[in-house]
Design a protein around this ligand. Structure first.
Ligand code: IMP
Ligand code: MG
Length: 188
């Protein structure tokens, strides 16, 4: 007899963006980025860990010369909201001075994380500094930020999957969804 083992999909109440919808939009964003940056020295700077699946899919839709680098940041604060105190856990491996940097991020929420990252990168004098975010929750914005390439605007709901976590789980889901309410109490 086999017993069904519960997995991350069982904790999902609602799928907001399925894998095919994400893939279609990522393809469009990639085409736009490729057209805008062709012939320029492009570095995709991705923010670990949440933007990893997005970067992996997006870069394969950007058929021009480019390189990759990574930043890892932590936003202090427990639960489902960042506190505004941002810390760099891992910095870029190579200088970006004089290069065209496109920051690839999973989600723009309050804007604290990205505004910190943008200031940090601007201090290193890139030729240009653009921003690509898969998701945007405009209702939550505290710090004003302009996104150059945006995947989807979503309502004010905490989402998981396709890189996004709750308590470090659910990043491996191929879609973006909302957790069942009881999961927050179980993992809190
Ligand atoms: P911000 O600093 O408030 O803009 O938050 C940005 C970071 O908070 C993102 O890089 C995510 O790691 C995390 N975050 C914000 N909203 C969500 C969400 O709905 N699900 C999962 N993580 C989120
Ligand atoms: Mg996170």
């Amino acid at each position: 007899m086999t017993t069904a083992v519960k997995g991350p999909t069982d904790d999902i109440a609602e799928v907001l963006l399925d894998a095919a919808t994400i893939q279609r939009r990522v393809r469009e964003l990639g085409a736009q980025i490729a057209a805008d940056y062709v012939g320029r020295d492009l570095v995709l700077v991705s923010i670990l860990k949440g933007a990893l699946p997005f970067l992996a899919d997006l870069m394969r839709e950007v058929p021009i010369y480019c390189s990759l680098d990574f930043l890892e940041v932590s936003s202090y604060g427990a639960g489902t909201s960042s506190s505004g105190v941002v810390r760099i856990l891992k910095d870029l491996a190579k200088p970006i001075e004089g290069r065209n940097v496109l920051v690839v991020e999973d989600i723009l929420d309050t804007g604290h994380t990205l505004s910190y990252v943008i200031e940090h990168l601007r201090g290193q004098h890139p030729e240009s500094l653009g921003l690509c975010a898969l998701l945007d929750k405009p209702a939550r914005r505290v710090v004003p930020i302009t996104v150059d390439y945006k995947g989807f605007e979503i309502e004010d709901k905490f989402v998981v999957g396709y890189g996004l976590d709750f308590a470090e789980r659910y990043r491996n889901l191929p879609f973006i969804g909302v957790l069942k309410p009881e999961v927050y109490t179980a993992l809190a």
